[in-house]
Structure formats: structure tokens, C-alpha cells
Design a protein around this ligand. Structure first.
Ligand code: DOR
Ligand code: ZN
Length: 343
């Protein structure tokens, strides 16, 4: 097969940031996707419907297509039930994002102890509000490579036992344990990023340290990467694309203490298509990028179709985006032969 036509894909997890950066990064997602879930980890974080709505307006200025912006609220231990219900019922907010305190970029207002948000989780379950989770145990004694597994064992198991009907997305999964957890649970699905499918920790650390691959949860070893690929290409409806495209300007990445985040919005679809092709699974690509997430979030499939073509020679993609503020664009180590067919 050297051409494929798909229902336009969605990105179920993206960071746009705010201010001047928006004009550079928003068009990349707008070009490639029909719907997206927008992360709320700004400074200060998005903590109510009004803030979400104002942020949505700032993003919308840079849209040329019909990208549907699904906004989220940042879950703090102070979130009031009425604030959430009001934001959700007025459709200012589509889902709630849980960051464990200190887990990642701008998570200083995150959750210290799930015991402190029991009432909110119960309200969410009653109202069928999706919960999006950054699943890492931030206890300093836990090794960074074991943080996801520890979160499953200690926190997520408890949440799913107490709230069996809460619709949960375990975001940007990175381990075989996360895949197993999702497969054996009734109310948890998982999103997977292009970089966790295409890269592993060797690519980040062997032969020199590559700061542009540093993200959280951190890239894991090859056996985990292989499990993620296996489940993604299976077409299983519990797994779908969330790019976690997370731009940080170059000087903040190439730094003594570099920020976590991989900016992958520009070529994520080409990368994913190549991975599915490498595994003879192009027939499952549409499930992973366009159908499974849409179904989980109870939304309609996008009307637009997109076509990709396989070229004879590897595609030469740009390395950087932006002029004054520059971002390094993620590319894996393998060659990519797929690109949009309208070029
Ligand atoms: O690598 C990451 N970057 N992981 C996250 O969870 C947050 C993100 C960011 O906002 O930069
Ligand atoms: Zn993220």
C-alpha cells in the first residue's frame, strides 16, 4: 500500500502554552487535527470555566481551519464542586486534568493526596465528566523509571475501585504495566504519544544526552516501547493518540536543568503512519488516530478526510519552527517515507 485515506485524526492531549508562542504552535495542530484536548498547565493554571473560555479565545485567534478546542480544568485540592459543574454544564470545560503535585511542568498546584479530592471525583462520576490523569507517583523515593508503575499500584487501583464508572484516561502511557492495567480495567483507557512509540531511553541517553527527547513520563526501555507499539497497532479501542506535544523554546531545553517536553505536532501523523507501516498495520491506523478516542469521548467522527502517500525517498522534514522564539521539532531516528498527499 502506498496511499492511505483516513478520517481526519484528533489529538487527545496537546500543550499550546500562552502569549506569543501561540501564533507559532497553534497552526501546527490546526493543520493536522480535527479535535484536540488542550492542557491547562499554564502559569497560573486554568482553574475555572471563565479562565478556560478566555484561554480558548486566545488560542482561537490563530486557527485557520475548524480545529475543535476541547478545554480542560486543572484539578487542585481547592476545586469546588459548583465551579466544576458550572464549567462543565456551560461547556466551557470538557474534562478535568489531574497532575500529581510535582509530577511535571507547572504541576505545583497538583494533587498531594487523592484522599483530598474524593468528593470531586464522586461528582465527576455522577456527571460523567472525563478524568485525564498524569499517572506518576512523585514520592522522591521512587526511581524515575518506576513512577508510572507505582502510581498504578498505589493510586489508580484505589481510584478505579472507588469510582468504577468514572471515565478515566491514563495519559501518555509508557510501560507494559500500564497497557496491562488498562486491558484489565473496565473504566480506564490510555493515550499514547508518537515519541513513546518511536523512541526509547537509549535514543535519549546513548552516545550523548539528547535533551529534546526528555519528557515526562520519561522514555522507558525497549521492551516497554515494543508493548506500546503492539497495543497501538492492534486497533484495540481502549488506546488512541494523544501527542503530548509540549513546546519549550530551545534555550530552556538545552540547559543545565532542561524542561520536560517533546514538540511533535508538526509531523506526528507522518511518524505514526510510518510505525504502522513498518508493522504491516496500516489497516488499524484510522482506529488509533481517528476513531478510538472519538468514541471514548462520545463525540462524532470528523467529516474531513486526509490522505497520506508513501514516497520513494525519505521525507526531509524541517528541524526547527519559529524565528524569534525557536522550537526543535521532534523526529525519530528511523526514516519516514509518508507525507500528506497534497504536496
Ligand atoms: O514532558 C512533558 N511536558 N510532560 C508533561 O506531563 C508536561 C509537559 C509540559 O507541559 O511541558
Ligand atoms: Zn502533557
Amino acid at each position: 500500500m502506498n496511499k492511505i485515506t483516513l478520517i481526519q485524526p484528533d489529538d487527545w492531549h496537546v500543550h499550546f502554552r500562552d502569549g506569543d508562542i501561540l501564533k507559532t504552535v497553534v497552526p501546527e495542530t490546526d493543520k493536522n487535527f480535527g479535535k484536540c484536548i488542550v492542557m491547562p498547565n499554564l502559569v497560573p493554571p486554568i482553574i475555572n470555566g471563565q479562565m478556560a473560555n478566555e484561554y480558548k479565545k486566545r488560542i482561537s485567534k490563530f486557527l485557520k481551519n475548524n480545529l475543535n478546542l476541547l478545554m480542560t480544568i486543572y484539578l487542585t485540592e481547592n476545586l469546588k464542586k459548583h465551579t466544576l459543574i458550572n464549567a462543565y454544564k456551560t461547556k466551557q470545560v470538557f474534562a478535568v486534568k489531574l497532575y500529581p503535585l510535582g509530577a511535571t511542568t507547572n504541576s505545583e498546584n497538583g494533587i498531594k493526596d487523592v484522599e483530598n479530592i474524593i468528593e470531586i471525583l464522586s461528582t465527576m462520576e455522577e456527571n460523567d465528566i472525563p478524568l485525564l490523569i498524569h499517572g506518576e507517583d512523585t514520592n522522591p523515593e521512587i526511581d524515575i523509571f518506576d513512577r508510572e508503575k507505582s502510581f498504578l499500584d498505589k493510586v489508580l487501583t484505589k481510584i478505579t475501585q472507588n469510582f468504577p464508572k468514572l471515565r478515566i484516561t491514563l495519559e501518555h502511557i509508557t510501560t507494559k504495566e500500564a497497557v496491562q492495567f488498562i486491558l484489565s480495567s473496565k473504566n480506564v483507557v490510555g493515550s499514547i504519544t508518537p515519541h513513546h512509540l518511536a523512541s526509547n531511553r537509549n535514543e535519549m541517553l546513548v552516545g550523548g544526552i539528547r535533551p529534546h527527547l526528555y519528557c515526562l513520563p520519561i522514555l522507558k526501555r525497549d521492551i516497554h516501547q515494543q508493548e506500546l507499539i503492539k497495543i497501538a497497532i492492534s486497533g484495540n479501542k481502549k488506546f488512541f493518540l494523544g501527542t503530548d506535544s509540549a513546546p519549550h523554546e530551545i534555550k530552556l531545553k538545552e540547559n543545565e536543568c532542561g524542561c520536560a517536553g517533546v514538540f511533535n505536532a508538526p509531523y506526528s501523523l507522518q511518524i505514526i503512519t510510518q510505525i504502522f507501516d513498518n508493522h504491516n498495520a496500516l489497516n488499524k491506523l484510522e482506529n488509533f488516530v481517528s476513531i478510538n478516542g472519538t468514541k471514548h469521548y462520545k463525540l462524532p467522527n470528523n467529516k474531513k478526510k486526509v490522505s497520506l502517500k508513501k514516497f520513494k525517498n525519505p521525507i526531509k522534514f524541517n528541524d526547527y519552527l519559529g524565528s524569534k522564539i525557536k522550537f526543535k521539532i521532534y523526529k525519530p531516528q528511523f526514516s519516514i517515507f509518508w507525507d500528506y498527499d497534497n504536496k
